[in-house]
Design a protein around this ligand. Structure first.
Ligand code: C2E
Ligand code: CA
Ligand code: CA
Ligand code: CA
Length: 280
């Protein structure tokens, strides 16, 4: 069961087929979580090959009063199906921008580029999504250049025209786009070419156990070569070992995210790490 707390219930196990009753309870819990401020944002550093922190991916955590920290894998899919992900996702966006605004006031090191925020398909497809994001930028004074939105392949392919139009509007304000979990969905390289993307995130499944000259390395090499041709920056997810890091570097990937560098941190810890990384 993917909770860090004790007494976790089975309905929080994403592997379990949860009953309608259990789903309803999670939905109720999510509703309360929003009202009672039980959600938190954590931040996982993204680094370059010189170990400088370029930014962070924003990761949602639910601090449940009884069950402790609950990971998104246990509730995001339910929120997606119930539609609650729209409200939760908008909360995440605003909260992330507000946190960034606070850090900007305290001072951000020059190496810092962007915060990356996960956007769920349902949230992205809302008719007012673009307006919402632009409003939040205005409200918080954050330049679009400091924001990256992570979206997934499947969502793009299902609604190609609409998606690429929305992306273009947001890109006019400097926002960049990452394609998340690349290689795990119904990827079509041909579609990729037409989308206004900036960053390609290589999924952890291609990174775990990566060794030079292996079959896996051959696949990753093709992904990186394709990204290069499309002028996309590549970032590897789930990097846990030095061997994986060096294999990735050998293949031309110079941005990383993973436990090797840092687990997701709370806001305070992340800011401290960010500042410490430039002092040393
Ligand atoms: P993701 O977008 O692929 O995020 C990366 C996940 O990999 C995170 O899990 C992160 O903690 C984990 N991770 C990072 N480095 C390593 C590593 O070296 N090894 C391993 N084994 N895992 C690593 P997390 O935080 O549990 O999030 C799971 C998923 O939930 C995310 O996968 C994302 O799809 C979704 N998610 C998280 N926050 C949000 C959010 O605010 N909105 C939406 N829509 N989805 C979110
Ligand atoms: Ca992501
Ligand atoms: Ca990912
Ligand atoms: Ca993933």
């Amino acid at each position: 069961v993917k909770t860090l707390g004790r007494n976790s219930f089975q309905f929080f196990d994403p592997e379990m087929q949860s009953s309608a009753q259990e789903r309803l309870e999670v939905e109720k819990g999510l509703h309360q979580a929003l009202n009672n401020h039980e959600f938190e944002l954590w931040f996982q550093p993204q680094v370059n090959s010189a170990d400088q922190i370029l930014g962070a991916e924003v990761l949602l955590r639910w601090r449940h009063p009884d069950k402790g920290i609950i990971l998104p894998g246990c509730f995001i899919h339910i929120a997606e199906e119930s539609g609650q992900i729209v409200e939760i996702g908008n909360w995440v966006l605003l909260q992330a921008l507000q946190q960034l605004a606070a850090w900007r006031e305290q001072g951000l090191p020059e190496s810092f580029k962007r915060l990356a925020i996960n956007i769920s398909p349902l949230q992205f497809m809302q008719v007012d999504f673009v307006d919402r994001v632009l409003e939040m930028l205005d409200q918080t004074g954050i330049p679009g250049l400091q924001i990256e939105l992570e979206i997934t392949e499947n969502m793009l392919l299902n609604n190609f025209e609409i998606a690429s139009n929305k992306m273009k509007l947001l890109k006019q304000r400097g926002i960049s786009f990452a394609i998340d979990d690349f290689g795990t969905g119904y990827s079509s390289l041909r579609y990729l070419h037409y989308l206004p993307l900036d960053i390609l995130k290589i999924d952890r499944s291609f990174v775990t156990g990566l060794r030079p000259s292996s079959e896996l390395a051959a696949i990753v090499e093709v992904i990186i070569a394709t990204a290069d041709r499309l002028n996309l920056t590549v970032i590897a997810e789930g990097v846990e070992t030095l061997n994986e890091r060096s294999a990735l570097m050998e293949l031309g990937c110079n941005c990383f995210q993973g436990y090797l560098f840092s687990k997701p941190l709370d806001a305070k810890q992340f800011y401290q790490k960010l500042c410490a990384s430039v002092e040393s």
